[in-house]
Design a binder for this molecule. Structure first.
Ligand SMILES: [Fe+2]
Length: 261
């Protein structure tokens, strides 16, 4: 892999307070073990150039074949975790590795934790961005949420069963691999959801956007970019790699940079 675009979004943090100074973060998603230059040096340099204060990862960084392809992703995560706080939620590929891979696949998760990555599995970390109390949540979606051809329901109540209640007096940032449940995330209490998974819809058409998802559903509503439901927001990455539908037309891979204000 040689090229990706930088997708830059300015996000007004909710509850009307805002941050005293802008806060920069990057969002990595769906790398699928790709490398931009040897040892991902091109990607690492692009991240350093943005001088982020933290890194969000929304899953599918590896490829879940029976012998998982993960060494490129692992090396990248170790390098990043040595320099930045990293908050990581698993995608369907990590989930599949846990379910089906031989034991060797599990070293992926041990290595992430040893490197200091905050691996959020239906859990949260409470912290502050500037003056703002923030809770960073990671939702591990049930496996049925990745079934092919049809959308399975997921309600706000079911999100609550997995995560517990959102924090009323804090800004809730939710990492959730699959964006198609934005309504449920928003109703549960996510002020800002970060997601990926849909690879921008593989092929992008003028006016219609992304065409197909990795689950072979057509014309996904939340394919890439920023979406809003009242005061709730979601940023969806088109991803840094490809898998399932390897096709990408009019749909470059991307590094997402978030300017939180
Ligand atoms: Fe995915």
């Amino acid at each position: 892999m040689s090229k990706f675009r930088i997708a830059r979004y300015q996000i007004q943090m909710s509850n009307g307070v805002g941050l005293q100074q802008p806060f920069s973060a990057v969002l990595l998603s769906d790398l699928h073990n790709a490398s931009y230059g040897d040892g991902n040096r091109v990607l690492l340099q692009a991240i350093r150039d943005e001088a982020p204060e933290l890194i969000f990862v929304t899953g599918d960084m590896l490829i879940s074949t029976q012998e998982p392809q993960m060494d490129v992703a692992l090396a990248l995560m170790e390098e990043l975790a040595a320099q930045y706080p990293v908050y990581y939620v698993e995608g369907n590929h990590e989930c599949k590795v846990r379910r089906y891979a031989k034991t060797d696949g599990l070293r992926y998760f041990d290595t992430l934790q040893d490197a200091g990555v905050h691996l959020l599995k239906n859990s949260c970390v409470r912290t502050e961005l500037r003056n703002m109390p923030v809770t960073i949540w990671g939702l591990e979606l049930p496996w049925r949420c990745y079934e092919r051809f049809q959308k399975q329901e997921l309600t706000a109540a079911q999100v609550g069963e997995l995560l517990g209640e959102s924090d009323r007096d804090r800004c809730n940032i939710l990492l959730a691999h699959n964006p198609i449940y934005f309504e449920a995330y928003a109703e549960w209490g996510a002020d800002l959801t970060l997601a990926g998974h849909l690879h921008g819809g593989a092929v992008r058409l003028p006016f219609l956007g992304g065409v197909i998802t990795p689950q072979f559903q057509l014309f996904p509503k939340y394919d890439r970019g920023v979406f809003r439901l009242q005061d709730r927001q979601m940023v969806v990455s088109a991803g840094l790699g490809s898998h399932s539908t390897l096709l990408r037309i009019n749909n470059p891979t991307e590094l997402v940079v978030l300017d939180l204000i």
